[in-house]
Design a binder for this molecule. Structure first.
Ligand SMILES: NC(=O)c1ccc[n+]([C@@H]2O[C@H](COP(=O)([O-])OP(=O)(O)OC[C@H]3O[C@@H](n4cnc5c(N)ncnc54)[C@H](O)[C@@H]3O)[C@@H](O)[C@H]2O)c1
Length: 329
């Protein structure tokens, strides 16, 4: 029996592959390597290089599931750039929703019973209250968030149609590295974006300093990627337990940190000057977005154990351009 990890050569997927292997599970990775890295694929893990959204992918996936006796799929493979999704919505739907359709069709055809899906806090859009529980209205404000919500709907429909057992995890702001070689190396989230600026001898940027928050900058819920990775193993155990009643879980800490607090912490960890350029607000950024993680605690038995300092330190240890001699303390 093996567990198939789509997108297992990516940042989060590679952490889950590592934890599964440490738990003694057999793993197979499916990845088109568009943003994945061969360095993250362990030598003893089969890699099926495939765009899961391409024509014919269903048949290839179904054959792979049969060959490797897949018992579950953890599905990370997706495009995740919000701005790009606004510019190329049809491609985002084709990739993220089309990929999900092909995956579910293959799982049904080869009777793979369990799915854990990477969803996102982006499904909530700009909620009235910034503290969101799973039942908070899901009103995504960009095509990326919409594709995640449609993915949840598709999987839920499969539970009714053919008995899929399914959990969707709604990640908040993922950061840090469980192992330096698995670190996020792309500057799309705040901490890597600050690193990128600092390593180019430029000032980090703050978009909006007039939000209704204590220091005027946006507040988010940052979650360590290793804590997040562990939530996937807990989700599989939840499905195995047969007592799965809920199918959507917030994966966050329940604590918010402001953009300015994060940037100050990066300064402390790196020893570099992080005086920021203050720019106007970006459209679509809610002032506050923090998880209520109570359901994951009560149902999955999962809580976060790493704090923001762990995230910044471990992310810096794995940042390729970090000047190692200044990375002390
Ligand atoms: N990083 C975050 O902060 C965050 C937050 C919320 C949700 N997510 C979701 O988590 C998942 C993983 O994100 P990540 O940060 O590890 O990103 P990543 O880009 O590092 O990993 C995605 C992986 O999927 C592969 N992939 C993408 N499209 C594919 C396709 N059509 N067919 C096959 N492989 C494909 C890529 O090559 C890559 O290895 C994504 O679904 C993303 O939407 C991430």
């Amino acid at each position: 029996m093996s567990i198939v990890v789509t997108g297992g050569a990516g940042y989060i997927g590679a952490h889950v592959v590592r934890l599964l292997q440490l738990a003694g599970q057999k793993v197979v990775i499916v990845d088109d390597m568009s943003t994945g890295s061969h360095d993250r694929v362990p030598a003893d893990v089969p890699l099926i290089e495939l765009d899961i959204a391409a024509a014919g992918a269903t048949e290839i996936l179904a054959a792979a599931f049969a060959e490797h006796e897949a018992s579950a799929v953890i599905h990370f493979a997706a495009r995740k750039r919000v701005g790009e999704s606004v510019e190329r919505p049809t491609w985002y739907y084709q990739q993220n929703v089309g990929g999900m359709v092909n995956l579910l069709a293959a799982m049904e055809a080869s009777s793979v019973p369990k799915l854990v899906f990477s969803s996102s806090a982006a499904v909530y859009g700009q909620p009235d209250s910034g503290y969101v529980a799973e039942k908070t209205a899901q009103e995504p404000i960009n095509p990326y968030g919409q594709t995640k919500l449609v993915g949840e709907w598709l999987a839920r429909a499969a539970t009714t149609a053919w008995g899929l057992q399914y959990v969707g995890l709604r990640y908040f702001n993922v950061a840090g590295a469980g192992w330096p070689e698995l670190a996020d190396t792309v500057a799309l989230n705040l901490i890597p974006m600050v690193f990128e600026k600092l390593c180019a001898n430029r000032a980090p940027q703050i978009f909006g300093t007039d939000y209704p928050t204590p220091d005027g900058t946006c507040i988010r819920d940052y979650i360590h990627v290793k804590d997040l990775a562990e939530a996937h193993l807990q989700a599989l155990a939840y499905l195995d337990s047969g007592r799965n009643v809920f199918d959507a879980f917030n994966i966050g800490t329940g604590n918010g940190a402001s953009v300015r607090e994060v940037i100050d912490l990066v300064g402390e960890v790196t020893g570099l000057d992080t005086t920021a350029d203050e720019l106007p607000r970006r459209p679509g950024d809610p002032a506050l977005l923090v998880a209520d993680p109570a359901l994951a605690a009560s149902e999955l038995g999962w809580t976060a154990s790493h704090d923001l300092a762990d995230m910044v330190k471990s992310a810096w240890e794995g940042w390729p351009q970090a000047p190692r001699h200044t990375a002390a303390h």
